[in-house]
Design a protein around this ligand. Structure first.
Ligand code: PEP
Length: 249
């Protein structure tokens, strides 16, 4: 049985002091040992967030990292900077990074490989645009994103990865995919992992849905057999996040 994983993506929100206040507010609300809980926060919030989340069930994740070890890459964050402070997860290839910061399937693959090399669990994002959905090419598009993201990743590494299926048209729009639409794509992703690796890897890997998940729709989405969690933007900044984490209570 795969353990559900609910991750918040704070995006470019909350100063360090606001981050500490929010974690202190949400701490009691997100207690649920049956679920892995991750707060992915802006880079400058990582250190105070880790301190604020000490001795709780909350793991802290980054929203991005670079694929080189160190050097002349002004403004970037190296993987060992994350591990040094205790970061356990990193979001890779969010659609906003692809759209505004020119990330490609190839840079996503480099970052995924680097995250594994450093023992950081990547939350690997994929998703189609509304046009692609209307053209009926969603599954082909997602399969290509997944195949490139996992190039040269071993089965043992892939088993520990988290994939976030996030239809771009559902992110921050209030327009959630129906649970059937989300399940169809998450099941196709699992099938793709099975083809690339094997049944055991496909059964182990965790696949989240992301896109306007909230306290009202989480339980239905998370009841689907291939949806193992959520990547949550807007609702992760509110007490609602506690209700999503406790969707099963
Ligand atoms: C996200 O940023 O990954 C996301 C799913 O955002 P929202 O929940 O606000 O749609």
């Amino acid at each position: 049985m795969r353990k559900k994983i609910i991750a918040g993506n704070w995006k470019m929100n909350k100063t360090p002091s606001e981050a500490v206040a929010l974690i202190n507010e949400l701490k009691p609300l997100v207690a649920n040992d049956e679920v892995d809980v991750v707060f992915c926060v802006p880079a400058i919030d990582l250190v105070p967030a880790i301190e604020a989340a000490k001795d709780t069930n909350i793991s802290i994740g980054a929203e991005n990292m670079y694929f080189e070890e160190s050097g002349a890459y002004t403004g970037e964050i190296a993987p060992n900077m994350l591990t040094d402070i205790g970061v356990k997860y990193v979001i890779i290839g969010h659609s906003e990074r692809r759209e505004y910061f020119a990330e490609t399937d190839e840079t996503v693959n480099k970052k995924v490989l680097k995250a594994f090399e450093h023992g950081i669990t990547p939350i690997i994002c994929c998703g189609e645009s509304l046009t692609q959905r209307e053209q009926g090419i969603t599954i082909d598009w997602i399969r290509q994103q997944i195949k490139i993201a996992f190039l040269n990743v071993t089965a043992d590494q892939a088993k520990t990865a988290v994939i976030a299926y996030e239809p771009i048209w559902a992110i921050g729009t209030g327009k959630t995919a129906t649970s059937d639409q989300a399940e169809e794509v998450c099941a196709a992703i699992r099938e793709c992992i099975k083809e690339v690796y094997d049944e055991a890897t496909a059964e182990a890997i965790r696949i989240q849905y992301g896109g306007s998940m909230n306290a009202g729709n989480a339980a239905e989405l998370l009841a689907k057999p291939d949806i193992d969690g959520g990547l949550v933007g807007g609702a992760s900044l509110k007490p609602d996040f506690g209700k999503i984490v406790n969707y099963n209570k």
